[in-house]
Design a protein around this ligand. Sequence first.
Ligand code: ATP
Ligand code: MN
Length: 258
Amino acid sequence: MREDALEREIEEILGLRERREKDSELYKIANEVFDRTTKETLAYFHRRGKIKELYGVISTGKEANVFAGVDDRGERIAVKIYRTYTTEFRRIWEYLAADPRIGYLPKDMRKLVFVWARREFKNLQRAIKYAVRVPEPRAFRNNVLIMEFIGGELPAPRLKDVEKDLEKTDFEELYDFAMGVIERLWKRGDMVHGDLSEYNILIHEGPVVIDWSQATVKRNRVSLELLRRDLANVSNYFRKKGVEVEDPEEKFRELVEG
Ligand code: ATP
Ligand code: MN
């Protein structure tokens, strides 16, 4: 695609052609992180109606930025765009190298990130199969992942953001939810999230588990370590909130042996 045509399409996606000002946060972040591949990929989705517009920034991180948008049918979407240049290269490489589902590992960082994005998409599809509430995955290509937007007018808050307003019984319910997720994933899905915490649970008409980039399968040689980590994090958090939690090591043995 010609450079100027591509730029025009990106401006359309960002709503710059009409109303949005060039000093908005959206524009700044886009300018900083949309490289050529990202622009081409967004244009690809735009032409197919999967992304009509991106209208806001939900989150900026080391590894990815998450945008709020709409598709051609007017449905809201969350678009996770992984940085093609990241200081997390080493960590990503190690996680992928341990995953038995991944055959060939590209040496090139950009292509490695594509594999990382595809893996998160697959993880979301797999988690849904085992009745874990997650943002429904819609599409992925290169470093761009489109999924269901979780939230109302605004993006849903994380458990960490709303904890001050919760009561003991809420924490008890959420603890049961989190343990149920760990158990179902492991026993039925042969899978582990690997980063389950108050930061990766959104609250919107109940809890929704996000951020599946590091999730993997039981066959992975590090899966036990990840399972143990999830159990420890969840137990520590809810213990501090006054929940009578099960002993995570005992739960670990039960899951692994049972
Ligand atoms: P971080 O390093 O901040 O954890 P990350 O790269 O791991 O970021 P995620 O955790 O997947 O990425 O997403 C970052 C943030 O974007 C989340 O904490 C959440 O607030 C928001 N978010 C992600 N997915 C959605 C979604 N489907 N709907 C609404 N908000 C979302
Ligand atoms: Mn996260």
